[in-house]
Design a binder for this molecule. Structure first.
Ligand SMILES: NC(=O)c1ccc[n+]([C@@H]2O[C@H](COP(=O)([O-])OP(=O)(O)OC[C@H]3O[C@@H](n4cnc5c(N)ncnc54)[C@H](O)[C@@H]3O)[C@@H](O)[C@H]2O)c1
Length: 342
């Protein structure tokens, strides 16, 4: 019964309103919010009707005793905060990117497993309505066996003003955005055993790469191209839309601009509108991303109440993270890299 759950939220920054609005809409009681910055914690408690606010996560967990925890901080804090939740035997959701290193990710999965608590990475792209719809068409089998896929996210939208920590990331767009797009490649075509990547840095103010093109060889023989940048000058700028083309033995799927979904089956093209609906708290153009937060959290609640592992569990996200690691390895060496298997 989702309505009976109580959540403790850690991190009340830029992205948190999407989580807090979703918890409110899902009928989850916000038992408490926490931020190192007292003003942010207080403001979030007031705006989203949290019963209490704190500036220390351990104190919040002891005093508010939520049923589960939602961590919406940046990645350096994820491992200690997840370890804290595991010690308190509390199921926990943690935002992407999972952690700064693969070893940190493995440690969090192991810690939660040993404590017997559920761990989900808030990997929300696969919960975007249009991207989910593509998966449904694949499941219908009308395009036959997928052979080739391109997943593309290209924008020039300024995401760095709202998230200034991104300027300093040594490993930037592959972990920040690519991690989502690589997850979609796995979602559609399954695991990959070969990764070849080229990275570019366009904005001189950032430390890491801000343009990447990655070719994945999937174990089932399919090939995918995953490309993304925050430095596209193309107009119209489609932020935050993800474009997808999948060609199969019998047909093709094409998710194009404006969420127009073309499906070719039996030589015939049909087109539908696969846009996300607007919610009371979402607005264009980011509604597709905001709506996916709602569905990610709804999925967590469903799996928590069923006692089943979420689709994007920590263990599952290790496989996506391994693709990102392999992309960095490939870009550095100019060679294709086999991702580590968990
Ligand atoms: N899934 C998505 O679509 C999406 C979109 C944007 C951001 N994100 C992710 O969300 C995470 C948060 O991003 P953001 O832009 O909101 O960051 P932010 O810096 O604006 O907010 C993070 C907040 O966490 C607080 N915090 C940090 N450590 C803490 C601790 N130990 N205890 C309590 N509070 C702590 C900070 O004071 C800050 O207010 C990042 O990992 C980012 O990549 C995801």
């Amino acid at each position: 019964m989702p309505g009976t759950y109580r959540v403790g939220v850690i991190g009340c920054g830029f992205f948190a309103p999407n989580h807090l609005n979703s918890w409110n809409e899902l009928g989850v009681e916000i038992a408490a919010v926490c931020d190192l910055d007292e003003a942010k914690a207080k403001a979030a408690a007031e705006r989203f009707k949290a019963a209490r606010w704190f500036t220390d996560a351990a104190t919040m967990l002891h005093e508010a005793r939520p049923d589960f925890v939602d961590i919406i901080t940046t990645m350096p804090s994820h491992r200690p905060l997840v370890a804290l939740c595991a010690r308190e035997r509390l199921p926990v959701i943690v935002q992407k990117p999972f952690a700064p290193t693969y070893a940190d990710c493995v440690a969090m999965v192991d810690t939660c497993k040993a404590a017997g608590v559920a761990l989900m990475v808030h990997e929300n792209f696969r919960f975007q309505a249009p991207l989910r719809r593509v998966r449904e068409v694949l499941d219908r089998g009308v395009i036959g066996t997928p052979l080739w896929c391109r997943i593309s996210f290209r924008t020039g939208y300024d995401i760095k003003t709202g998230q200034p920590y991104l300027f300093n990331e040594e490993r930037f767009i592959v972990l920040d955005l690519g991690i989502h797009v690589l997850d979609i490649a796995r979602f559609y075509l399954g695991e990959a055993d070969s990764v070849f990547a080229r990275h570019q840095r366009v904005d001189p103010r950032v430390k890491g790469e801000d343009m990447a093109t990655i070719m994945l060889g999937h174990k089932n023989g399919a090939t995918s191209i995953v490309d993304f940048t925050y430095e596209s000058r193309k107009r119209p700028d489609l932020f935050p839309q993800t474009l997808v083309t999948i060609e199969g033995t019998k047909g093709a799927i094409d998710l194009g601009p404006g969420f127009q979904l073309g499906v070719t089956a039996n030589g015939k093209l049909t087109v539908e509108n696969a846009a996300s609906p607007l919610r009371s708290w979402t607005s264009e153009p980011w509604h597709v991303a905001q709506d996916s937060v709602y569905h990610t959290q709804a999925h967590w609640l469903a799996r928590l109440s069923e006692g089943r592992e979420p689709e994007t569990s920590g263990a599952d996200n290790l496989k996506t993270y391994a693709l990102a690691e392999a992309a960095y390895g490939s870009a550095a060496t100019g060679q294709a890299v086999k991702p580590v298997e968990s």
